[in-house]
Design a protein around this ligand. Structure first.
Ligand SMILES: [Zn+2]
Ligand SMILES: [Zn+2]
Length: 399
């Protein structure tokens, strides 16, 4: 199959007022990780109204899934999963719009509100076209993408089974990309992440008598200095890696050497093996520094997501579908991103493609980046996202 003559643009243009209303409703009612109860209820009601089968709520705590069964005769009868994340962030919104967050301190500052409304829009297009394919589309709304482990929770609840998912697609609205453009990257598209906590155990005492103490602040500082040489001096500069510290907490008085110091940080890597190697070296280095200074460390790793690796064949389906829709000048591979996304958890066992839809519009003032208190998107991007996803799904299912 090479071309899809369905008039997506007219169909989606007609839907857009509803899609925008949905997004603004969700934007006004943001919910944090694993607390997306109202969001999940809103979604389940919509899926029911659209006529989806086997709608499940409470998957991975607050996730929602539903099935679209193709009734056509063309295709291979495969199961394709389409995913949107639905959690917001603990940020106080600074936008002055009439759809500003009604939940102070919580904000859809990453665009997951638009992901939900786009996937509802895509679901409608696919329901209307289910006579054109004979496979199944599993529509999946995931909680807790922002470091909460929502994808892992949904997998543990069997989201990739009943029926078994053959391939997966997802998208993120992206503020570094002009509205109307699409980035589709075969292979690694986003790096993997591992968070770490290092607790340094020293011996506290009077600030005037350091010789009687083992100062965990000094040990911790030495660990930070040593750890920052790990990437710059030990690792191959051809493949990017990052080690960063985000928190260093110790003591609470000016004249007391504390017993412990706690350091938090993050490791980013392009491959799982690299991430594992950096983890091991960081641990060895911290243990060596601590023991040479008479202290002891304990490590805890968490908040991990694997690198997001797109299957080349499915990425090609998305590239071909979006190129057909928007023209080659609007579709590119884009950049490898040093941010992470737990859709990689789904792409570990299942081949798939995660791509980016531009939402930046300087003329309209939509320039603030993700997680900024003034983040807002050009809602036109959602028409691009729906068309990109619907065309890619149909192309996959008809092949
Ligand atoms: Zn985010
Ligand atoms: Zn996000």
């Amino acid at each position: 199959m090479t071309s899809d003559s369905f008039d997506y643009r007219a169909t989606i243009d007609e839907m857009m007022p509803g899609v925008i209303a949905d997004r603004r409703h969700l934007h006004q009612h943001p919910e944090l990780a694993f607390q997306e109860f109202e969001t999940a209820a809103f979604i389940a009601e919509r899926l029911d109204a659209l006529g989806l089968e086997d709608i499940k709520t409470g998957v991975g705590k607050t996730g929602v899934t539903g099935l679209i069964r193709g009734t056509g005769t063309s295709g291979s009868g495969k199961v394709l999963m389409l995913r949107a994340d639905m959690d917001a962030l603990p940020i106080l919104e600074e936008n002055e719009v009439d759809y500003v967050s009604q939940n102070p301190g919580v904000m859809h500052a990453c665009g997951h509100d638009s992901h939900v409304s786009m996937l509802l829009g895509t679901t409608k297009v696919l329901m209307d076209r289910r006579g054109d394919f004979d496979g199944t589309v599993k529509i999946l709304f995931q909680p807790a993408e922002e470091g909460g482990g929502g994808a892992t929770a949904m997998r543990a609840d069997g989201a990739l089974e009943h029926p078994t998912v053959d391939a997966a697609m997802g998208l993120h609205i992206w503020q570094d990309v002009p509205c109307g453009d699409v980035w589709v990257r075969p292979g690694t598209a986003m790096v993997g992440v591992t968070g770490f906590t290092i607790t340094v155990y020293g011996t506290g005492g009077h600030g005037a008598r350091p010789a009687k103490c083992i100062d965990p602040i000094v040990v911790g500082s030495s660990i930070v200095s040593a750890a920052l040489t790990l990437v710059s001096r030990e690792r191959d500069p051809i493949t990017p890696e990052v080690v960063s510290f985000g928190s260093f907490k110790a003591g609470n008085a000016f004249n007391v050497i504390p017993d412990t110091a706690v350091l938090l940080g993050t490791i980013r890597s392009v491959t799982k093996a690299q991430g594992e190697a950096v983890k091991q070296r960081l641990q060895a280095l911290a243990e060596g520094v601590a023991s040479s200074m008479g202290a002891r460390v304990e490590f805890e790793f968490g908040g991990a997501a694997p690198p997001l690796i797109n299957d080349p064949e499915i990425a090609e389906i998305v590239r071909a579908a979006t190129t057909e829709a928007f023209g080659p000048e609007r579709v590119s591979e884009g950049n490898l991103m040093s941010v992470s996304e737990d859709f990689g958890e789904f792409l570990d066992p299942v081949p798939g493609c995660y791509f980016f839809v531009g939402s930046r519009n300087e003329d309209k003032g939509f320039v603030y980046g993700h997680h900024h208190p003034k983040f807002d998107i050009d809602e036109e991007a959602m028409a691009t996202g729906i068309e990109a996803m619907a065309r890619s799904a149909i192309r996959y299912l008809q092949n």
